[in-house]
Write a protein that binds this ligand. Structure first.
Ligand SMILES: [Zn+2]
Ligand SMILES: [Zn+2]
Length: 439
């Protein structure tokens, strides 16, 4: 009998009842082919590969991460509760040492969902990785987390949630935003004044192949992770970099994804995008699972796979190397960059314009963060949508200092509920989530 070298957990949740529309690329067949392939290959006969059952996240798990407008139930279907709950279950299994690593093969995906949620963006309503991570922080005292997002689209939602958090290293590899949705994720976007250099964006040119991805993982991501020394590594495992993906323009392969996983060694992987339902997903998923389990994946390849056809050009190689050097430089200079960003200021403000492409909503945010050398800083977001919903969201970070707790409280207490649809307080140190306004 075959045996996994690392005990690995899996959850499949194809969400049969959730689709944007029947022909939309984000649909339930995305996981059915993978499930069939896993059965066919006898994956569940392997000793040490364990299938877990999905569970539901609780409302509080959502409130810990998001400000849902007007409330959690308006933004979540049952499928969202289960998809997020599956990631949470895998996280718990890793923390409880039931498994060494695990992969939540679920949908709907989550990495485009930001802290404030007025609707769906890039097929995402809520951020399933972030909810899982914040639960593990709450329940197990996990502190330092690295998230490596290998979906082809920039993980702009996850970036937004962790923008100010020095305890979370967020690294996104994605097709250059000048050529793909959501159009963001450039190296100069490196985190807020309390966490400069903890967000690292690695835009790759179209038609980057395994050579380029593995160069970045080996020479940029791995050394940075080794230096950051996270308690856990989470992989947002989008598979839309595959050369057959209909939505993107990259040249990655199933073998490449498996090698990437072997080098990255994620504790927890969560499926994000990937829309080449028959030609790629079953093989990429299988490769990732075997790599996580420390097993031989060398026999896995897509039907008709020809590496010569998807080899990257010299020009792409040079561009990839350059972007890798730029990002390494930002990482090395993160302390100086932080100093420079702060430069004697008490607060930093910025305006965010957010478009919810799936639901067609525009949001404008006035964001204010307290510059703090002791914590992630109290955060205040005044957010309005073009549907007429204006909310005030106050976030007191988990390891907030006394002063930031006080300021967060004050922002919440002083807000006039008559000016807003709702005023929210996300008080992480006390795990307390308050609202005023709407009955
Ligand atoms: Zn994607
Ligand atoms: Zn503080």
């Amino acid at each position: 009998m075959l045996k996994a070298r690392r005990k690995t957990g899996l959850i499949f949740f194809p969400a049969f009842d959730w689709a944007i529309d029947p022909t939309h690329p984000e649909r339930e067949e995305r996981l059915l082919y993978t499930q069939d392939q896993a059965m066919e290959e006898g994956l569940f006969d392997i000793e040490g590969l364990i299938e877990f059952k999905s569970q539901l996240v609780l409302e509080k798990d959502v409130q810990r991460t998001h400000f849902c407008v007007p409330d959690v139930s308006a933004m979540m279907t049952e499928s969202h509760f289960i998809s997020a709950g599956s990631a949470k279950r895998i996280g718990i299994a890793v923390m409880e040492k039931e498994i060494e690593s695990g992969f939540a093969l679920v949908r709907p995906p989550g990495h485009h969902a930001k802290r404030v949620v007025h609707g769906a963006r890039g097929f995402c309503n809520v951020n399933i990785e972030a909810m899982m991570i914040e639960y593990l922080r709450f329940a197990y005292g996990v502190r330092k987390v690295a998230i490596v997002d290998t979906d082809c689209h920039h993980g702009d939602g996850t970036q937004d949630i962790y923008w100010h958090d020095p305890d979370t290293l967020f690294i996104s590899l994605h097709q250059d935003g000048r050529t793909l949705y959501p159009g963001t994720g450039f190296p100069e976007d490196m985190g807020g004044p309390n966490a400069a250099g903890r967000t690292l964006n690695i835009p790759l040119p179209p038609r980057t192949s395994a050579e380029g991805f593995l160069h970045i993982i080996k020479n940029v991501v791995r050394p940075i992770l080794d230096e950051f020394q996270p308690d856990i590594v989470v992989n947002s495992a989008g598979q839309d970099n595959h050369y057959t993906d209909p939505l993107t323009d990259m040249n990655f392969s199933a073998q490449g994804y498996a090698q990437l996983t072997e080098i990255l060694r994620p504790d927890i992987a969560v499926l994000e995008g990937g829309y080449s339902i028959e030609g790629a997903l079953p093989y990429v998923n299988l490769g990732i699972i075997l790599a996580m389990a420390g097993m031989d994946y060398s026999k896995i390849s897509e039907p008709g796979f020809d590496p010569d056809k998807i080899r990257q050009t010299e020009q792409v190689t040079r561009q990839v190397e350059r972007i890798g050097e730029t990002v390494l430089k930002i990482w090395k200079q993160r302390d100086e960059l932080t100093e420079k960003r702060r430069a004697g200021k008490a607060f930093e403000e910025r305006t965010n314009q957010i478009y919810y492409d799936t639901d067609g909503i525009y949001e404008t945010q006035q964001e204010k963060v307290r510059i703090c050398s002791d914590c992630a800083g109290a955060l205040r977001i005044d957010s309005s949508s073009d549907r007429g919903a204006r909310i005030l969201a106050v976030h007191i970070p988990l390891h907030a200092c006394e002063k930031c707790r006080e300021i967060g409280r004050q922002w919440y207490d002083e807000a006039d509920p008559r000016s807003y649809l709702r005023v929210f307080l996300q008080n992480r140190p006390d795990d307390e989530y308050l609202t005023k306004g709407l009955p």
